[in-house]
Structure formats: C-alpha cells, structure tokens
Design a protein around this ligand. Structure first.
Ligand code: UD1
Ligand code: MG
Length: 420
C-alpha cells in the first residue's frame, strides 16, 4: 500500500516467559514469534517497517533483516512510550501507521488488511482489531457507549465490576492516521498502577476529543492469542500446526495422523505425497509430489526432495538434496549430501559428515546401491550405479567410480563392471 508504514512493538522483556531468550525470538512452528507480524507488514506492502527494541536488542536485531528499521526504547515505559520512540521518523509523514504487537503470531494477514482498509474507508483517527473470546482475562476490554461506539479500552489490571465480564477484547492491532496518533501520544498520562504509558489510552483520548474511532472484529478468535507465557506458546504452536496441516490437506497432501505430525511454517509439499505418523518436517523444506515420508522420519531445514522418494522409519535427512525415485526406508542418516535419482540407501546407512570440527559433503550419484549398515565418511563420492557392500566403511576422501563395486573396512574396489 502506497501510504502505509508499520510499527512493531517488541521491546518488552517478556517477564512471564521466564527465559533468557527474548520473548519475540521464541518460535512457533519453527518461525520466531516476531517474524509473523513482520511478514504480514511485508505482505500488505508496508513501505517502511520499524521495530521497537529494548530488552536484548542486539540479539533481536540479528534476525530482523536489512529492510527493517530498528528503534531503541531505552526504558520499558509501556506501549505508548514504545510508539513514541519512533516519532522522529514520522515528522513529515501524512499517511497511515499500522501498529502491531510482536507477540501475536496467529494473526491472519486478511484480518489485518481489513483493519487498514476500514480506517481508510471510514476516515477515522484510528481503526483497531477486536475479538470476542471465552476467556478475556489478561486482555484490554472494549468499553462501548450507549450508541455502540467505542469509548475506551480498559486494561485487565484496571478493569472493575462489569468491565471484567466484557468478552470483547483488544487484539493489539491498530491503524492510525499518523498526525492524530502522535498528537494523542503527547497527552497520554502514566498509568499509576503499572507505572507505564498505555497505547490503549489513545482510544479514550480520541473519543473525548470528538475524533472518530472504528473497530474490526475478527472472524476467528483463535488468531488473537498474545504470547505471554509458555502455556500461551504451546497453545499457539498447537493452533498454528493444525492450520498448517489443514492447508496441506487442502492442497492434496495426505496426513495420515494430524495428531502426531509436525510440519513447520514455510515448508512446501507436493500433492499425493503421504506423510505418515510421528514425522517432523522443519521450516524451509521442499518435498515434491508422490513421496512417502515416515513414519518416524525427521526432515531438517534446507532439505530438497524430488518426486517419488520414499523416506521411512527412523531416518533423518539434513541439509541434503534427494533425487527422484530414491529409497531410504529404514534407520538412515543423510547429512550435507547430494543424493541422485533412483538410489537405494540400505537400512542403517550413515553419512559420517562431521569430523569433530567441520562438516563435509557426500555425493551419491544416480542409481547407486548402498548396502545396509554402510558408513560413508565424508567427504565421499559414490559414482553412478556404484555398489557399496553391506557393512562397508568408505574412508574419508575416497572416490568410488561409476559402476564399480566396493566392499569391506576400509572399502576396496573389487569390480569395475557396471552393476545392473
Ligand atoms: C497489550 C495491550 C492489551 C491487549 C494485548 C493483546 C497495552 C497497554 N495493552 O497487553 O490491551 O489486549 O496487548 O495481546 O498495550 N512493549 C514494548 N515496550 C514496552 C512494553 C511493551 O515494546 O515498554 C511491547 C512488547 O514487547 C509486546 C507488546 O508491546 O510485544 C505488548 O506488550 P505486552 O506487555 O505483551 O502487553 P499485554 O499485557 O499483552
Ligand atoms: Mg502481550
């Protein structure tokens, strides 16, 4: 969008997580919590995105990427103070400001888009996202006047009497007209109980000054979960996982047992691939169509698997490419490897890729046959249609030529004839 900038609030300590790791760097389905809202800002075409950092800002900065501007909040004085820290960047800006808390990883980009569009359409000072939930505890409650319009947001700690029973809550996504936002922030007083400046107080300020505020209510209350505790983190993981699995099933992937299948965000899987129970597939994995994966398989980040591959029980594949039609059906480890097409990896084969200091590559060319229990000490090269006998150890640096047969410890080439 042409006149949209985003502020993501991520300076808080996340005290309730009881962790050395900043809250926003904990992961949900393999992706740092904070990345979820940053990806939404990008998808909505935010021209500039600012992230307010404080607690362990140096650690958080490392995962931001180049296009994001980090802004430091020196003291944790609350969400209004956090937004105020970005003020210098907005002096000559007349457009819209989208504000999101970094700790809401389940938000849907379509929902956030509705908030931005409604601000424009209804020409408000602020449009923000609400949800009606079963358990509003911990969230700001939406206080509405007799006509139904929003009057204020009351934080959980300050809510009294009937306010505590209000089920409509503040999600933490606001789209504001820039000038009105920074004018309002100047007027926010410190909350006496929490000794913080609440961003949510801008709503009451707008109401009292006759400025228009509207809301968008989410259709799916599960997307509003803010991560404050480890319990929230586990809940977000479970919800996000179900969504990921559902999407794959809609795309034609068979998930035999969704309860025991773990697929991270950003994985890609082709149609008619079957994922068997107790399988883990990490972020940035691509699996083509018509594969059989699992049960009990672990496919680590960065792996590329072509079509018609079978990866069976207790097999781990890490930083590797696997060519079309290849089988590795029992107890194997394939790491830092390039495996060609139509390769047969016998039960228990291992690529010994780590020498204690460095990791080394293994190349197994098309049509090779690796016997059960073989160990390939990397760097290793197994030629096209070569055969490695069961239990052999191919020593470090050895090249097994195309079509030859090698057996023993250390493996010796006993035949150079092509294996059929
Ligand atoms: C906030 C909202 C609440 C809403 C809830 C939704 C306020 C005052 N309250 O409460 O109405 O229902 O989110 O999840 O805004 N942060 C900073 N600097 C600070 C304090 C916080 O950058 O000084 C960041 C945090 O890192 C976090 C976000 O702001 O990402 C929200 O802070 P948090 O403490 O989680 O607020 P909640 O109590 O969840
Ligand atoms: Mg929170």
């Amino acid at each position: 969008m042409k006149d949209l900038r985003t502020i993501v609030l991520a300076a808080g300590k996340g005290t309730r997580m009881k962790s050395d790791i900043p809250k926003v760097l904990h992961t949900v389905c393999g992706k740092p919590i904070m990345r979820y809202v940053l990806d939404i800002a990008k998808a909505l075409g935010s021209l500039k995105t600012y992230v307010v950092l404080g607690h362990k800002s140096n650690v958080v900065k490392k995962v931001l990427g180049d296009s994001i501007i980090a802004v430091e909040q020196s003291k944790m004085l609350g969400t209004a103070d956090a937004v105020k820290c970005t003020e210098n960047y907005f002096r000559n800006y007349q457009g819209d400001v989208l504000i999101m808390c970094a700790d809401t990883p389940l938000l849907d980009k379509a929902t956030v888009k509705r908030v931005v569009q409604k601000r424009k359409k209804t020409k408000t000072a602020c449009t923000f996202l609400t949800a009606v939930v079963h358990n509003p505890k911990g969230y700001g409650r939406i206080i509405r006047g007799n006509g139904g319009g929003v009057v204020a947001i009351r934080e959980d700690k300050d809510a009294v009497g009937f306010e505590r029973d209000i089920a409509e809550i503040n999600v933490g996504v606001y789209c504001c007209q820039s000038k009105e936002l920074f004018k309002a922030l100047k007027e926010i007083k410190m909350n006496k109980k929490k000794k913080e400046f609440y961003l949510t107080d801008i709503i009451e300020f707008f109401f009292e000054n006759g400025l228009k505020v509207t809301t968008v209510e989410t259709e799916d209350p599960s997307e509003v979960l803010g991560i404050n505790t480890r319990e929230d983190l586990a809940m977000a993981e479970a919800i996000s996982r179900q969504k990921i699995l559902k999407d794959f099933m809609l795309q034609g992937v068979t998930i035999v047992d969704p309860n025991t299948t773990y697929i991270d965000a950003n994985a890609k899987i082709g149609y008619d691939t079957v994922i068997h129970p107790c399988t883990f597939i990490e972020a940035d994995v691509c699996i083509d169509s018509n594969c059989q994966i699992g049960p009990f398989a672990r496919i680590r980040s960065g792996v590329r698997i072509d079509n018609k591959v079978e990866i069976g029980n207790f097999t781990e594949v890490s930083r590797a490419k696997v060519g079309s039609g290849t089988f590795m059906k029992h107890f194997s480890y394939v790491g830092d490897s390039s495996v060609g097409a139509d390769v047969n990896i016998g039960a228990g084969m291992v690529t010994a890729n780590f020498d204690g200091q460095k990791k080394h590559p293994t190349k197994i060319a098309d049509g090779a046959f690796i016997g059960s229990g073989a160990i390939l000490v990397a760097p290793a090269k197994i030629g096209k249609k070569a055969v490695i006998g069961a239990g052999s150890v191919v020593p470090k640096g050895k090249i097994i030529p195309d079509g030859s047969v090698a057996v023993g410890i250390p493996a010796q080439i006993i035949s150079k004839k092509e294996h059929k």
